[in-house]
Design a protein around this ligand. Sequence first.
Ligand code: NOJ
Length: 537
Amino acid sequence: MAQEKFLWWQQDVIYQIYPRSFQDTNGDGIGDLKGIIQKLDYLSWLGIDVIWLSPVYPSPMKDFGYDISNYTDVHPVFGSMEDFELLVARIHALGMKLILDLVPNHTSDEHPWFIESRSSRDNAKRNWYIWVDPREDGSAPNNWLSVFGGDAWQWDEHTRQYYYHAFLKEQPDLNWRNPQVQQAMLNVMRFWLDKGVDGFRVDVMWHMIKDSQLRDNPPNPDYTELQPDYNKLLPVYSTDQPEVHDIVRLMRNLVDSYGKKVIIGEIYLPIEKLVVYYGVNNLGAHLPFNFQLLTLPWQATQIATAIDLYEGALPVNGWPNWVLGNHDQQRIASRVGMHQARVAAMLLLTLRGTPTIYYGEEISMMDVPIEKEQIQDPQGLNMPGKNLSRDPARTPMPWDASDFGGFSNATPWLPLGRNYKRVNVQVQQNDPYSMLSFYRKLIQIRKKEPALRIGNYRPVHSDHQLISYTREWEEEKFLVVLNLTHAVSYFDPPHVQINGTIVASTHNELEGMYVNGAIYLGGDEGILVKLNDISSL
Ligand code: NOJ
């Protein structure tokens, strides 16, 4: 395939902004759209092409914006529609793109649709949500559990039925089997596409359709007490139903009618189920999020195997993608450690497929401990004692060493990391050895080298310490060797001739070095080698 045939969302680097924590400009301790506008030059300097914004819509904020009470406006805490339009214009002027978070599975219980729906059994919008009679003994229709703890059914005394909520009771699930709901949400998408957005990240895509008979979920034989309560059952009837693909197809048809847009699906499923979301003839989601790097143990053989299985499971012309973190997960630098986070960055930015960076990863932000009394995340509050709060990964971005890290001039909604005077953008921009300089370098090389953006992937060798693979496009070939352990390792697979120059390394000192034959790697070391002879390896 010719280089020009690849689309922007296949070649670009995506950056997720959690707007509450990026940059505050109005002194309320919460980030806003004007703050994002202020930081666009930084993102452009870093080499970011695409910004994905977590929700900025009006919301009671029970789940920090994932409980939407109006799909076609902006929450005043983030700014106004004028701010949003300016943001789109500025992003596009910089040659970047904007993806919005679409949360179609559920609304807030304060959304006018739900207020109407719950008002009476014969309301025209009753069937927009999932209302079900109790069982004979008055109990909930089935055993389904909420992801955020407790029962997934909420009794409504007024109309004497239960409604289903996969998340909080303040987040009732829409009934996607109802064509009126489908049309209403397509209209929401039209609204934002007409404003110029370049695509959507679709929240909990695999939840959107539930079993038509509402059958009980079976128990999970592997459940242990430390896991979230939700894991007690296997959600085989409440998620990933075959009819969901018709819905994804509807969304896809709509965005396709607007030109070259993208749909990214948030889907936590095993690979063989995940890849079904590409759809028949790849007419489903363009990018079903591949979360393996944030769910698998950080172990070389397991990761190498997962990469190969994923590559093998992709449908023909299905485009891969990789992620190290997001607002629901532990940060990568906390999970694998600061040193391995550099190796992880090299993996993310040299694998085949679209990379998504979570804000702060580029400065190796770590999870911030949050005092019990300060916990805000409902997941943490509802299941105390299990350490499930997502707040630690959502703390304000430290821009400099000034008060509150330059994020705000008021006390932020969540505390900054204690080390923000040392770990911040300004310090790292001036340090060639910093994580930020490393991210920027990798992104710039990726931009320059088609082999890294679109070239093919071939595994070379992996063992209990190392992963290695090549990326190749026309006359250029790169070898990546990553040491996923802290111990020294040795790369000398039989029948492999290496001859090339190190163009990037987790440890700057190696850059420019000529390699010929076996390679010794220090602990936590990774190298990107430009090979002299593309027929080798
Ligand atoms: C997935 C989002 O990423 C998460 O933050 C949210 O709590 C749930 N969906 C519910 O909307």
